[in-house]
Design a protein around this ligand. Sequence first.
Ligand code: CU
Length: 189
Amino acid sequence: MRLRHRLTALAAAIGMGAVLATAGASAASAHDTLENTDPAQGSTVKSLSSVALTFSADPLGTDGATVIQVIGPDKKYYETACPDLNGPVVSSPVALGAAGTYEVLWRVVSSDGHPISGSYTFAYAPDGTATAATAGSANPKCGPKAAATEAPATAASADSGLWIGLGIGAVVLVGVGVGAWALARGRRS
Ligand SMILES: [Cu+2]
């Protein structure tokens, strides 16, 4: 009955692989998600003093990792300070320039320790000439300028999905290999 014994070992190895794969998948789904933004995506504002993002959990306040950049139609930066982290809310003060479409780029460290990022746009249409347009800055207040050309959040999560997939593949391969080796040993003896 050695063969049956080895087959049991093989089944156990594959089962272990499945358990680890499930654990990996649930860790990935534990990323915080962006639940609300002010201003809302696609909305039009007449005036704006800050951008606030509310996440599903409290992002980690890792030094330098919390970034909000507000990029105007002229590709200049209109956030006036680094973001404040207050529980699940990350916010930055802004002083907008000309009317037009503004893009908000954000990056935080999810409460599970993984960096997450994304972007959205809103429109700025000030009332008449009451509000003076601020001259934007050529450089962001926080985070690297390259963030403006970084891939959006969907690409980042596809990335981690790939790594999890590779990890699962490796675990299953090792499990099958160990099982096959045990099986071969069982047959020889
Ligand atoms: Cu995560």
